[in-house]
Design a protein around this ligand. Structure first.
Ligand code: MRU
Length: 367
């Protein structure tokens, strides 16, 4: 029995709501009615361990978001929705007449827990703006908020299947695809974005191979994307981030695929650090660059990517790496750790959403 099948069986035995899905994976994030908690695959442990992180308070959800138990733009959207619903469920017990103001304060804290991916704010705002919420009692409001979060989780899967299908039309039989970060089921409720498109092509019978870049510093490529490709049976090889130019220059890559954390009105894309360098190298070698994301990642209030706040994370993520069991950096070393970078729209060959493929210009596609 495979590692994954064994664990899926284990969860079934525990009567956990985490369900087995197409390809044998579980949902990345799900609601457990019995435990009154959000359950998430703990992405800090993969691929070594498949563990579940349980959150029964908004505070615990914020911890999960900040420490990257859950990550990836679409998953963060649904996580944001569940977090604010949990905050409302907690307020139910306080009979506080000022509950809506408290919820608004909680919403601000949740949105700032990871500020770059616009989906987090989108998820929180959508639950907070359920029509008529203020006229209801906190009991009714909290139930409505939880229901909204649950339907957003269902929608996320449907949206991702659509955009995966659209993205797969850009993939030909026999293609070698270069992929950055993790954009698969683990970055969403299921399916994901760029890796979803690759998975869709693979499951439609196209022979593809993926060159997965490691994605330093947190190695989402080497850890999570490689793990997902194993589950789907997609052939892959891991490359170091700085080998991307080598393969692109040699003509060994047919297309570059990545997702987005926020897309500005002009089509500029903010995505995982390294996306910009990868796009520059692809353009220099005339390899098409495809960016796949749900419309919830588009932020029309931002004219160009330069206006997007880039999250800088702890230097330890850069300095804490070991080589052959030894720490790499001197113990007193300093580091900078921007989590995302900006890829100007000129470097992108096409954008893919649930509505279809958009060729330049991007501006004006969404009003
Ligand atoms: O810091 P992370 O792991 O949350 O960053 C994730 C990415 O940058 C992904 O490429 C992006 O969210 C698109 S995923 C569908």
């Amino acid at each position: 029995m495979s590692f994954l099948a064994k664990h899926v069986k284990l969860y079934e035995k525990e009567r956990s709501p985490l369900r087995a899905f197409f390809g044998g994976l579980m949902r990345t994030i799900d609601w457990d009615e019995r435990k009154h908690s959000v359950l998430m695959i703990d992405q800090r442990r993969l691929p070594e361990k498949l563990e579940i992180f349980q959150a029964d308070t908004a505070e615990r959800m914020i911890e999960a978001i900040q420490t990257m138990v859950i990550r990836g733009a679409p998953a963060l959207g649904v996580a944001g929705a569940f977090t604010v619903a949990l905050a409302a469920l907690e307020l139910r017990n306080t009979s506080d007449p000022d509950w809506f103001t408290k919820l608004e304060q909680a919403a601000i804290t949740i949105k700032s827990s990871r500020p770059t991916a616009v989906n987090l704010a989108w998820g929180v705002n959508r639950v907070m703006s359920i029509p008529g919420l203020l006229e209801e009692s906190i009991e009714v409001a909290a139930e409505a908020m939880l229901n909204e979060a649950l339907s957003m989780a269902e929608e996320d899967i449907n949206t991702n299947i659509k955009l995966a299908r659209n993205g797969s039309t850009l993939i030909n039989d026999g293609d070698v695809l270069m992929h950055h970060c993790n954009t698969g089921a683990l970055a969403a409720v299921d399916w994901g974005t760029a890796l979803g498109a690759i998975r869709f092509a693979h499951e439609s019978g196209k022979k593809v191979k993926v060159l997965i870049d490691e994605t330093r510093p947190r190695l989402q490529g080497a850890r999570l994307t490689a793990w997902e490709c194993e589950q789907y049976g997609i052939p892959y090889e891991i490359i170091t981030d700085n080998a991307a130019g080598y393969f692109l220059q040699r003509g060994e890559v047919d297309a570059v695929f990545f997702g987005a954390d926020r897309v500005a009105a002009n089509g500029d894309v903010v995505n995982k650090i390294g996306t910009y360098m990868l796009s520059l190298a692809a353009n220099a070698n005339k390899v098409p660059v495809y960016c796949v994301f749900p419309k919830s990642s588009v932020d029309l209030s931002i004219a160009t990517g330069k206006d997007i706040i880039i999250e800088e994370r702890e230097p330890d993520e850069v300095l804490g790496i070991s080589f052959m069991g030894e720490r790499v950096a001197p113990t007193s070393a300093h580091a900078r750790n921007p989590a995302f970078d900006l890829t100007p729209h000129e470097l992108i060959s096409a954008w893919v959403t649930e509505d279809g493929v958009i060729y330049p210009p991007f501006s004006g596609t969404f009003q």
